[in-house]
Ligand binder design. Structure first.
Ligand SMILES: *Cc1c(COP(=O)(O)O)cnc(C)c1O
Length: 396
């Protein structure tokens, strides 16, 4: 056994995380139907919990039609795609999904990536470099931040949704080769929306590119369920929208939609899809069916949004602190310090509700929170279980 070595610092660093309540446990989940699960490595591995810590907003990860589509592609084409899309990994299933996404988002073209994370990093690095300026909302998802950093462009982080600063920074960047604004559409930790119509106007006025990450909004917002860009009346052909197949679509993978020339350029330049194996055919086939269901069954998204709005109003009345502009299925209860946040999550888990204790560095210091996400799969029984559990935690 080694007594000392070059990796010793890792134990010290873990100890340090422990002391600050920031160490992450590795959970093993057993997904069950109806938005439920078991936590296999918990004190009570047999307990059935409502899963309010997932992103399967429409219950499509367990939909029999999505499963059947994925299974048939699996049988026909195998478990893997065997190569990057650029070489021989792009099958008929990928082609179909890209056309379907372009049609759904009413854009000229779409490009698939192995994940949403890869879509953000690859797209941003394909669009800007050393001579450019990128403007990034302070609350943007880590994958957007990483893309901005890796691109080599000058990074300007602006206060959350502060368009006065965006405008000022665009003016200052007038002589840069290119300007790019990147934003989440529904922010993943506050559950509020970007001011997309205003951002689109600013982008147009200053000849800047606009990249909107619709990871949490696709499938939920707008009449057709495409996301917040359409809901805000922003003409989709003029902006790039990134999305993921792993949230409301219930599967796995990422994509970007936009003008044909941009998509063709990213096919030739986005390294995260050029040098990574293409999505599995099963993931593509499942996603095509998921989009069909999103179009055909608007009642799913309407129910989720209605239930969320109702629950947010009730919880505020009960004294919980929820960000002012939270407007969708992501409901953060602001607690402050990591310790009490973990305690609340434990209390809820003991009452059959699994939620996420979100702590730094995912969110800024002093803003640790309990993050609840609602899904169609929960149905009224699940939402009521959560209501009662939270009521019992009132005396915290
Ligand atoms: C989840 C998420 C991603 C990453 O998507 P994956 O497909 O899980 O890699 C990107 N952006 C935002 C805003 C997200 O919430």
């Amino acid at each position: 056994m080694l007594t000392s070595g070059p990796f010793d610092w890792t134990s010290d660093s873990l100890h340090n995380l422990d002391e600050r309540g920031l160490r992450r446990a590795r959970r093993t989940i057993e997904p069950l139907s109806g938005g439920r699960c078991r936590l296999r490595n918990s004190a009570d591995p047999e307990a059935i919990l409502w899963n309010f810590a997932g992103n399967d907003y429409l219950g499509l990860a367990e939909d029999s039609r999505v499963l059947a589509a994925a299974q048939s592609a699996l049988s026909e084409s195998g478990t893997g795609s065997r190569a990057s899309a650029l070489v021989t990994g792009r099958t008929i299933w990928h082609e179909r999904l890209e056309s379907r996404l372009a049609e759904f988002k009413q854009c000229e073209a779409a490009l698939l990536f192995p994940t949403g994370y890869a879509a953000n990093v690859g797209t941003i690095c394909g669009l800007v470099g050393n001579d450019d300026v990128v403007l990034c909302d302070r609350l943007n998802h880590a994958s957007l931040v990483d893309g901005c950093r890796l691109s080599g462009a000058t990074l300007r982080v602006y206060p959350h949704n502060d368009l006065t600063i965006v405008e000022r920074e665009l003016r200052k960047a007038a002589s840069a080769r290119r300007r790019l604004i990147v934003t989440d559409s529904l922010f993943s930790m506050d559950g509020d929306a970007a001011r997309l119509a205003d951002l689109a106007c600013l982008a147009e006025e200053h000849n800047a590119m606009l990249l909107v990450d619709e990871a949490h909004a696709t499938g939920l917002f707008s009449e057709r369920g495409t996301g917040l860009l359409e809901a805000a009346g922003v003409k989709l052909p003029h902006v790039l929208a990134v999305g993921t197949l792993s949230k409301a679509l219930g599967g796995q993978g990422g994509f970007v939609t936009g003008p044909q020339s941009v998509i063709d350029w990213l096919w030739n330049s986005a390294r995260t899809q050029m040098f990574s194996t293409a999505l599995t055919p099963a993931a593509c086939a499942g996603a095509v069916t998921a989009i069909d269901i999103i179009e055909q069954e608007p009642q799913r998204r309407r129910w989720v949004l209605e239930q969320s709005a109702q629950l947010i109003a009730e919880l505020r009345k009960q004294g919980w602190t929820i960000p002012e502009n939270t407007c969708g299925p992501i409901i953060p209860l602001l607690i402050g310090e990591p310790g009490p946040t973990l305690e609340l999550a434990d209390q809820l888990q003991n009452q059959g509700c699994l939620t996420a204790a979100i702590r730094p560095p995912t969110v800024p210091h002093k803003t640790s929170r309990l993050r609840i996400s609602l899904s169609w799969a929960h149905q009224e029984d699940g939402v009521n279980a959560l209501r009662s559990a939270l009521k019992r935690c009132q005396g915290r």
